[in-house]
Write a protein that binds this ligand. Structure first.
Ligand SMILES: C[S@@+](CC[C@H](N)C(=O)[O-])C[C@H]1O[C@@H](n2cnc3c(N)ncnc32)[C@H](O)[C@@H]1O
Length: 255
C-alpha cells in the first residue's frame, strides 16, 4: 500500500501496513460494530512507525542448540483495537499482550493476531538470513497474546485481575485519549502496570486543547513525568495527519 492509500483506510475490510520494506502487517477492520476500536486510527499508524524507527530490530542467540530471542522485555497495549501497536512490538521481539474490551477482542483483535503471526515470522527469517546467511534454523513463534482488559475494572481493583502480569517494560495506548472521562481509569491502569523504569507511549490525535491539557495535568498529578516526542521524529506526513502527537510518560522518582 503506498503513502496515499495509507491515508484513508477506515472503509476497507482489510489493508496492509508496510512498516519497513520487508514487513507488512495485514489489518482486518469492521466499521459497522458501533465501537471505535474495530478500525485503525491514525495515532496507531504513527505510533507503529515510531516504534519501528526507534527500537532496534530483534536478534537471536543460540541456547542449548535452539535459537532464542535476545529481547526478554515485556509490552502491554491498552485499548489495542485492531492491534497495530502491539503487533509491531511483537515483531520487534517483545513478549506482548494486546488488550481491549471483550467485543473488540472478539471482532478484530484475535483475528489480527492470527493473521499476522506468519508475516512476523517470515520477516524474522529474512533478518536471520541477512545476519547468519542461514534460514534453515527453526525460530519460535512471536510471543503475542490477546486478553480482555477494561480500564474501569482494572483501575478500581487491580488485585482481582489475573489477565495481566505487571510490571511491563513498555505500555502503549493509541487514540485512547479522546475525552477527559477516560483519563483517571486509563492513567490509574498505566500506574498499576508500570515500574519506575517502564516507558509508557501514549499516541493521540490533538483534536481538543482541553482534553490534551487535562491529560498532561492529570498525568503529572498521578506522579508521571509526561514529555512530548518532538514532532520531527514522527512520520505524520506519511498518513497526512499533522495532529498526531506521541507522549512519553515515566513514573517520577518521587511523587
Ligand atoms: C479510538 S479507539 C483506538 C483503537 C486503536 N488503539 C487504534 O488507535 O487504532 C479507542 C479504543 O479504546 C478502547 N477502550 C475504550 N474504553 C475502554 C475501557 N474502559 N477499557 C478498555 N478499552 C477501552 C476501545 O474499545 C477502543 O478499542
Amino acid at each position: 500500500m503506498d503513502e496515499q492509500e495509507l491515508r484513508d483506510t477506515k472503509s476497507l475490510a482489510t489493508f496492509s501496513m508496510t512498516l519497513c520494506p520487508s514487513l507488512s502487517l495485514d489489518l482486518c477492520q469492521l466499521n459497522n460494530t458501533g465501537n471505535h476500536g474495530t478500525t485503525v486510527w491514525d495515532s496507531a499508524k504513527v505510533l507503529a512507525f515510531y516504534l519501528m524507527d526507534t527500537i532496534k530490530r530483534p536478534s537471536w542467540t543460540m541456547v542449548d542448540g535452539k535459537l532464542e530471542l535476545q529481547n526478554t522485555k515485556k509490552c502491554i497495549e491498552l485499548g489495542s483495537g485492531c492491534g497495530l501497536g502491539g503487533l509491531t512490538m511483537a515483531a520487534l521481539g517483545f513478549d506482548t499482550v494486546m488488550t481491549d474490551l471483550p467485543s473488540v477482542v472478539e471482532h478484530v483483535l484475535q483475528v489480527n493476531k492470527q493473521r499476522n503471526e506468519r508475516h512476523i515470522k517470515d520477516w524474522w527469517y529474512q533478518l536471520l538470513e541477512q545476519s547468519t546467511h542461514d534460514s534453515t534454523m527453526t525460530l519460535q513463534n512471536p510471543r503475542v497474546g490477546v486478553k480482555s482488559l477494561d480500564w474501569l475494572q482494572y483501575s478500581a481493583d487491580p488485585e482481582k485481575c489475573t489477565t495481566v502480569d505487571p510490571p511491563y517494560n513498555y505500555i502503549l495506548a493509541a487514540d485512547c485519549i479522546y475525552c477527559t472521562e477516560v483519563l483517571p481509569p486509563l492513567l490509574q491502569s498505566c500506574w498499576n502496570l508500570a515500574s519506575p523504569t517502564t516507558t509508557i507511549l501514549v499516541a493521540l490525535e490533538h483534536r481538543d486543547d482541553i482534553v490534551v491539557n487535562a491529560f498532561v495535568e492529570k498525568a503529572k498529578e498521578f506522579g508521571f513525568d509526561p514529555r512530548m516526542v518532538p514532532s520531527k521524529q514522527l512520520r505524520t506526513e506519511v498518513i497526512g495527519n499533522e495532529d498526531i502527537e506521541i507522549w512519553k510518560l515515566k513514573k517520577k522518582r518521587s511523587k
